[in-house]
Design a protein around this ligand. Structure first.
Ligand code: ADP
Length: 171
């Protein structure tokens, strides 16, 4: 049984995260999407909300489960009998931090391997931070997130329906 952990803040889950999850689900027997409780960020969505959105948007994938973790990722990986951690690489800007994290994790536990997956090119510019910013300012984020996340963002920002961004002519 090959188990992989996909850790992150998922605040909220985006189509970029889902792209990585689908790819990992094809390679591993089990993918555990682990929502981090203590990553030093001040999240927009609570832990329960983030987990619910991950669970809802991955419900069609039978070998994907949702969990949360706090403390050291490598300890959590051992506890869940995972042999690997998967991270998404969008651009060079991700590389330095991810490289450092992977090597530190390897120092702490050489048995847990980190693997990187690149999303579909259309998602390489996408981050939860950008999605929240656009949504907060009233833009349309429907191309970037699944419908349940869109609804959750609209509720968070006190809107009942999304406002579409005007699309430039000829685009
Ligand atoms: P973010 O960086 O958007 O706040 P997370 O902290 O939840 O996201 O990131 C969890 C993992 O998912 C990280 O490895 C991150 O690089 C990856 N990731 C985030 N957005 C994307 C995307 N659009 N495509 C591929 N991987 C992504």
């Amino acid at each position: 049984m090959r188990i992989v952990i996909y850790p992150g803040s998922f605040d909220p889950i985006t189509n970029g995260h889902l792209d990585v999850i689908h790819r990992a689900a094809r390679l591993f027997d089990r993918v555990i999407v682990a929502v981090a409780a203590n990553d030093g960020k001040q999240p927009l969505f609570s832990m329960a909300e983030r987990q619910r959105l991950v669970a809802e948007t991955t419900a069609d994938l039978v070998n994907v489960e949702t969990d949360s973790f706090s403390g050291l990722l490598v300890d959590y990986a051992v506890q869940r009998r995972a042999t690997a951690i998967v991270r998404g690489l969008r651009a060079i800007s991700d590389f330095e931090f991810e490289f450092q994290l992977a090597l530190i994790n390897r120092k702490m536990n050489g048995k847990v391997e980190t693997i990187f997956m690149m999303p579909k090119d259309t998602y390489t510019f996408l981050s939860s931070r950008i999605v929240k910013e656009i949504s907060r300012l009233g833009g349309d984020v429907s191309p970037f997130v699944p419908p349940s996340v869109l609804a959750a963002l609209n509720r968070k920002y006190g809107r009942s329906s999304p406002r579409s961004m005007p699309s430039p002519k000829g685009n």
